[in-house]
Write a new protein. Structure first.
Ligand SMILES: NC(=O)c1ccc[n+]([C@@H]2O[C@H](COP(=O)([O-])OP(=O)(O)OC[C@H]3O[C@@H](n4cnc5c(N)ncnc54)[C@H](O)[C@@H]3O)[C@@H](O)[C@H]2O)c1
Length: 457
């Protein structure tokens, strides 16, 4: 729900004043139906340096059913119609062939004219190789240069609702990247901007039901009664999942309302209770084992450290971090998380940047990132196709952020390349991408859902 300032800025009078002040709020196109993929042209370039790899990438773009135009050489004008003035929906640049600083001139040659041809709400994807795969310092530098380039370009196109991301592709990971290409090119990733995402080589080949990839899969979501948790439940149910929604007993009515709407099952439990892991595992086993657990339940208890009670410290760390770890451990030890399963954490941008008055919250959310990093390297889990990832939301419009004083809130929601707060469904769509059975190549990722917030990394 937009507050009074947002309503005013979107009115006729308000938008005229906002334009004069340079306070542009682009209208982000969010997912409505179908696949959310662009109907306009996707222009793919960069193959002059790495033709075979670029063609493998093209196969994946074609498999998504997109209209892909491949630019050969540096002149991209043919991609934009006879007069070179047509618009395109996305620019995908394969930079894996760039081997030294001189090669980087190709970025300027391609993007400088092409970026003018990108529609509003357009997508830019730059493909790079992970730096550790480089065979020379010059190549490592050129590949890393792509990251700085992409993050800066994202800041130049955000006022049109367009976004740019870097995909770090392991060698031969093109097929494994299909769900990631689909997500990042679609309206589902409207509030993801300026991110670098690693796509690992995975053995599984894409083949799930594209319309409802989570059909017959049980997903447990904690903190499911409202806010981001409710949205996660609705989006994953839309993808076919059978949801088990967990929330505290005082939220029982809200939880039932959400579960009734999506055919899910409510489970009243405080996740910090001693018997909560066993209750959740038992429910999952009763339904044939869980495909995914989404650790969304979380609280803030803000105070400067000097004034913070031990109770507020303990409560925040228990709910946001320790309870989630105990539940995951129990699901794994009881065999209640199936092969190909997903453990998904909800961190926060504050866990990356730190925040005055939030030492407890930031510690708990940074802890989530550390947990994901460690667990994603567990060979036994990887052998079972189980991945561990997290989202790190920035400013998302929920009851949590409604509590912020109005002026602070208005500033906080604009401190990003898209000049606005995110919606709960932006977080939920990222989680749906992690949960997709074909996203096995995405492991150990903490994805910021923050419109490229200017604070933090
Ligand atoms: N809103 C934001 O801007 C934002 C930003 C970054 C991260 N997050 C994170 O996203 C998650 C959801 O946030 P939200 O804004 O929807 O919050 P919210 O307060 O609206 O919802 C949190 C839900 O978790 C439940 N919950 C709390 N303690 C619980 C417990 N012990 N056991 C079971 N359920 C419990 C609550 O009852 C509530 O339904 C949290 O982890 C939060 O830290 C939110």
């Amino acid at each position: 729900m937009p507050d009074k300032i947002e309503q005013f800025l979107r009115s006729n009078a308000g938008s005229a004043i906002a334009a004069k002040l340079g306070l542009v709020v682009p209208d982000l196109e969010r997912y409505e139906s179908g696949s959310g993929l662009p109907t306009g042209r996707v222009v793919l370039a960069g193959g002059a340096h790495s033709e075979a790899a670029t063609l493998a990438l093209r196969e994946q773009i074609d498999a998504l059913g997109l209209d892909c135009f491949v630019v050969t050489g540096s002149d991209s004008s043919a991609a934009f119609g006879e007069d070179g003035a047509e618009k395109c929906a996305a620019l995908v640049y394969d930079g894996r062939g760039l081997g030294n600083a001189g090669d980087l001139a190709d970025l300027h040659r391609f993007f400088s004219p092409a970026v003018r041809r990108l529609s509003n709400n357009g997508r830019i994807l730059v493909i790079a190789e992970p730096v550790e795969a480089a065979d020379s310092p010059e190549r490592a530098a050129a590949q890393r240069a792509l990251e700085g380039f992409t993050r800066s370009l994202a800041k130049e196109i955000g006022n049109r609702g367009s976004t740019a991301q870097l995909l770090l592709l392991d060698r031969g990971a093109e097929a494994a990247a299909r769900t990631t290409l689909g997500y990042l090119l679609s309206t589902k990733s409207a509030y993801i901007d300026g991110q670098a995402v690693r796509v690992r080589a995975a053995t599984a080949t894409p083949g799930s039901n594209n319309e409802k990839p989570l059909t017959d899969k049980v997903v447990v979501v904690t903190g499911a009664a409202r806010g981001i948790g409710e949205s996660i439940c609705r989006v994953l149910a839309r993808e076919g999942a059978r949801i088990v929604g967990v929330d505290i007993p005082p939220s029982a009515d809200e939880l039932r309302a959400v579960m009734n709407a999506i055919g899910g099952e409510p489970l009243d439990a405080d996740i910090t209770a001693e018997d909560a892991p066993a209750k959740i595992a038992a429910k999952a086993l009763e339904l044939g084992g869980a495909h995914a657990i989404v650790h969304n339940a979380g609280v803030t208890r803000d105070k400067l450290l000097v004034n913070m009670s031990e109770q507020w410290w303990d409560m925040t760390l228990e709910i946001n971090l320790a309870a989630a770890q105990r539940i995951s451990a129990h699901l794994l030890s009881e065999g209640a998380l199936n092969d190909g399963g997903r453990i998904i954490g909800v961190a926060s941008m504050v866990g990356i940047s730190g925040q005055r008055g939030q030492t407890n919250y930031a510690a708990s959310k940074a802890g989530v990132i550390g947990y994901v990093d460690y667990m994603s390297r567990d060979a036994a889990l990887a052998a079972r196709g189980i991945t561990v990832n997290a989202v790190a939301p920035g400013f998302i419009e929920t009851q949590m952020t409604e509590a912020i004083p109005v002026l602070t809130r208005e500033i906080a929601r604009r401190l990003n390349s898209l000049s606005q707060g995110g919606q709960p469904e932006d977080v939920a769509e990222a989680i749906a991408w992690f949960a997709h059975p074909d996203s096995t190549a995405i492991n150990g990722v903490t994805l910021r859902v923050c419109g490229q917030n200017w604070i933090g990394a």
